[in-house]
Design a binder for this molecule. Structure first.
Ligand SMILES: [Zn+2]
Length: 340
């Protein structure tokens, strides 16, 4: 809670949608001087939530008295969080150091959407998900097959949320050899049976955008959510201006996506597939945003995995419990005694 007992303007950042982009907006609350004779409101309490934790639907609620931003949108777009900016009363720009403009453009050339930028190369030694990498967190590994493995994600949405990952370094399901595809399918079928035994259905999704190592998220959810899944995905896509195509169960994602192009792909319990080409921007937590929303898992605080990290002990517990329960469905353990 924030109290503003002085003659202050409180700025609350909001986003508003313009024709082809979303732009930050600021909401001001004007307060009268403290103890003014007219007894006008001079104190205001408000509960502020960091914008990174807000749902897009809340952020996009328009105000009735919105006015256009007085600053040049091109300059605003160059703003980089954390950048120290100077105040230059002379040129009327309070947010940006105009003299720093060239420097900004140079930086954008390296970090922005410039097609000429150097493609980042990934070193499997430093990959979080290559099973042979020294940086992989081995305690999260649940089951290892011939080409793929199952692992607990960091900050799982539910206790049985897991990832299917290739053991070697591959970027996307559209770019892996057939034997890996086959084993991914095998893991999916095993997981469907496993979740079904607990009365749950599963949503699989992959975001091939700003990821280096293929990860298929497998999120179990109560059967009652099944009928709403498509609608909630479409609503959230609409809010984010994402064109989400619904593909029939037999469609092959590798045939739909252009070779090497980034995309988002989900597979619903009905078998229907959702596919979106990702452009310059795509909400990185889109799949989690949808599944954590109130009509579905109703755990919005977990939409961002970084906000719901488990302790090492909890991670160990989750992995052990998953392994034990999954054992009858785990084809990689067929040679083991699975009598329990
Ligand atoms: Zn890797």
């Amino acid at each position: 809670m924030l109290l503003a007992p002085l003659n202050l303007a409180i700025a609350v950042q909001n986003l508003s949608v313009h024709q082809d982009y979303k732009e930050g907006a600021t909401r001001f609350l004007a307060l009268a001087p403290v103890g003014n004779a007219a007894k006008e409101k001079w104190i205001y309490a408000c509960s502020l939530q960091p914008i990174t934790k807000m749902r897009m639907t809340d952020i996009l609620v328009a105000t009735t008295d919105e006015t256009a931003c007085p600053y040049d949108p091109d300059l605003l777009k160059q703003h980089q969080p954390g950048k120290v900016v100077k105040k230059f009363p002379g040129n009327g720009q309070y947010f940006f150091d105009m003299d720093d403009n060239n420097d900004d453009q140079k930086k954008r050339r390296h970090t922005g959407d410039n097609p000429e930028r150097k493609r980042r190369e990934f070193d499997p030694e430093n990959c979080w998900f290559c099973l042979s990498s020294p940086t992989v967190e081995k305690h999260l590994v649940i089951s290892v097959g011939t080409h793929c493995y199952l692992a607990l994600p960091k900050g799982p949405l539910t206790p049985y949320h897991v990832l299917i990952l290739p053991i070697a370094h591959h970027q996307a399901v559209t770019r892996v050899p057939e034997d890996i595809i086959e084993e991914i399918k095998k893991f999916k079928e095993a997981l469907k049976k496993f979740y079904s035994s607990m009365g749950q259905v599963v949503v699989f999704f992959e975001r091939n955008f700003k990821t280096s190592h293929l990860q298929i998220q497998c999120v179990p959810m109560p059967k009652v959510c099944e009928s709403q899944l498509l609608e909630v995905f479409q609503d959230e896509a609409g809010i984010n201006s994402i064109q989400l195509e619904v593909l029939p169960p037999y469609a092959d994602i590798a045939q739909v996506a252009l070779p090497g192009s980034p995309y988002f792909h989900a597979e619903l319990p009905s078998g229907e597939q959702l596919f979106a080409k990702t452009k310059h921007t795509f909400p990185l937590q889109f799949g989690r945003d949808v599944l954590s929303s109130p009509p579905l898992l109703n755990c919005e605080d977990k939409a961002d995995w970084r906000q719901c990290l488990l302790s090492r002990e909890e991670e160990n517990e989750y992995v052990i419990r998953f392994r034990q329960k999954f054992k009858p469905y785990d084809f990689t353990a067929e040679d083991d005694d699975d009598s329990d």
